[in-house]
Design a protein around this ligand. Structure first.
Ligand code: ADP
Ligand code: MG
Length: 367
């Protein structure tokens, strides 16, 4: 089931009567979510992810814009009639019910042609439980389950009605690191097996990048960029997106372009560009540096951190916006940790320029 968001906007009135002004939680969001894909909705806290999800679910009504499931306009349809499954950060299971009863619960209110017999409900619940691998826990109470198991019950409960669209709002945030990793792989597997179009909300870029077919990066209610995770990482549209994706984060420098040469401080890091003379912001991914004794970029060595496969070199440069620069170098390189300065050349496909004022990307070519 494809899901179409058309100029979706949500404005909340100001709560404080003295302060005028409203919150534009979601601003003119247009996107066609392809059938059967998992979309990661990504951005910092307060950027409008949950509001977008609640509008898709029908829990909140858009101020303007439309939502389609397939060709059906569902904008005015109630949550119950949209055919969605919802999973929240807090699993919200009924504590006095067993796992089985929790999973079957959404089926009990089905009316008319959708009404199911007890046996049918049981069968559906068992199928959903198998899918999330909790079928051996059916008679337990939620208090007798780990956090990861509880979240699986919540997912099974969302799947049992065979939803057309699955909506997950930070479903892994309450789990510890290991369970988070495991459960996100589970969600991906379940999503692929069922082929249900899924929207997965998270503020965690790594989580979004690792399980999504496509990511949508949001900031202050406005969509910044939509694309495959690797494409967005490789080709960020602005400084915000470049900074939001990647661990360690991108290294940011103040710089300038003069006669086609890009300078960090006095160091001519890239020459022969077609950019006109101007001040710029420079972004270099940690893997975009090459140790090079004749390299143009000179930095003061602070520390070398061994990470096994790679080595992380921590260094400093007056033009760096962050307190330190982090570069990731293959550990085959032997690094002399006693030297005071390191010299780098940069890989052009990991090197981005941004406008100093707008922070939009400046695309360039090198002669
Ligand atoms: P996210 O899920 O990305 O953290 P939200 O969608 O929850 O962000 O919130 C987006 C913005 O809308 C925030 O500024 C938030 O304070 C505001 N907001 C969310 N819900 C309400 C509401 N019911 N009333 C007023 N403002 C709200
Ligand atoms: Mg939220």
């Amino acid at each position: 089931m494809k899901v179409v968001l058309q100029n979706l906007t949500k404005i909340f009135p100001s709560r404080n009567k003295k302060v005028k002004g409203e919150v534009v939680a979601v601003n003119d969001f247009t996107f066609e979510i392809p059938d059967g894909k998992l979309i990661g909705l990504l951005g910092p806290s307060g950027c409008g992810k949950s509001t977008t999800l609640y509008m898709i679910s029908g829990l909140q009504k858009p101020t303007s814009g439309k939502i389609f499931f397939g060709d059906d306009d569902v904008t005015e349809l109630s949550t119950e009639n949209r055919g969605i499954g919802l999973v929240f950060q807090n699993y919200a299971l009924y504590p006095h019910m067993t796992v089985k009863q929790n999973i079957m619960f959404p089926l009990q209110n089905l009316q008319g042609a959708d009404k199911l017999s007890k046996a049918e409900m049981l069968e559906r619940a068992e199928t959903a439980a198998k899918l999330v691998q909790i079928d051996d826990l059916m008679d337990r109470k939620p208090s007798e389950l780990s956090g990861g198991q509880q979240q699986r019950v919540a997912i099974a409960r969302a799947l049992v009605k065979m939803p057309r669209v699955l909506l997950l709002d930070e479903p892994l945030s309450n789990l510890d690191a290991r369970l988070r990793l495991q459960t996100r792989e589970e969600i991906r597997r379940i999503q692929k097996e069922t082929g249900i179009t899924t929207v997965f909300v998270t503020h965690d870029q790594e989580e979004a990048m690792s399980i999504s077919d496509m990511i949508v990066v949001m900031k202050l209610g406005v969509v910044q960029q939509i694309g495959k995770p690797q494409d967005v990482y490789d080709d960020p549209t602005n400084l915000f997106v470049a900074k939001f994706l990647g661990t360690p984060p991108i290294n940011v420098f103040n710089g300038r372009v003069k006669d086609g040469t890009v300078y960090i401080g006095e160091d001519a890091v890239v020459t022969g560009t077609d950019v006109s003379d101007r001040e710029v912001i420079i972004g270099i991914r940690p893997e975009g540096f090459e140790l090079d004794e004749n390299g143009p970029l000179q930095c003061t060595l602070s520390n070398v951190e061994v990470m096994g496969r790679d080595v992380s070199i921590v260094s400093k440069n007056d033009a760096s916006v962050n307190p330190v620069i982090r570069s990731i170098i293959n550990s085959d390189h032997k690094i002399d940790t006693t030297v005071e300065t390191v010299r780098y050349s940069v890989k052009l496909h990991k090197f981005f320029l941004f406008d100093k004022e707008t922070e939009e990307r400046i695309y360039f070519e090198v002669k």
